[in-house]
Design a protein around this ligand. Structure first.
Ligand code: NI
Length: 135
């Protein structure tokens, strides 16, 4: 059972005003919910950067499939990291461009290596990882 613990936090008044304004703009229900979300996001990012723990996420990439060997290289790379890949969705955007969304679950370091390897493929226009941990 994950019990809720109340704790006091001292912050400068101007920082709290900025925080409350942020909460209102984002339509968040209250400070507690906003703070929990920010803590989770920051810790997820830390896990992703430090390379330990199981993370979940997606990598969305756009590439020109006419790039030299890009399709074969992408397939080989996905087989190499197959244990971390849950599924992929491919959209043929136009004559040149493909959009591929890869859903991932695995060790943060392994997934980071996979994303870095995607960046070495010829013809890749953009790579956007979105990674979260269960916290
Ligand atoms: Ni395509």
């Amino acid at each position: 059972m994950n019990s809720l613990i109340r704790f006091g936090v001292a912050v400068p008044s101007t920082l709290l005003e900025e925080f409350d304004s942020f909460i209102e703009r984002k339509g968040m229900p209250n400070r507690s919910e906003a703070l929990r979300q920010l803590i989770r996001e920051r810790l997820s990012r830390e896990m992703w950067v430090s390379g330990s723990g199981v993370v979940y996420g997606t990598v969305t990439m756009m590439y020109d499939h006419h790039g030299k060997d890009v399709v074969a290289a992408l397939t080989a790379l996905q087989h190499e990291y197959g244990e971390s890949i849950i599924c992929t969705t491919h959209v043929h955007v136009d004559h040149h461009h493909c959009l591929e969304c890869i859903v991932l679950k695995g060790d943060a370091g392994e997934i980071r290596r996979f994303v870095e390897a995607l960046g070495t493929l010829k013809g890749v226009k953009s790579i956007e990882p979105s990674i979260s941990a269960i916290l």
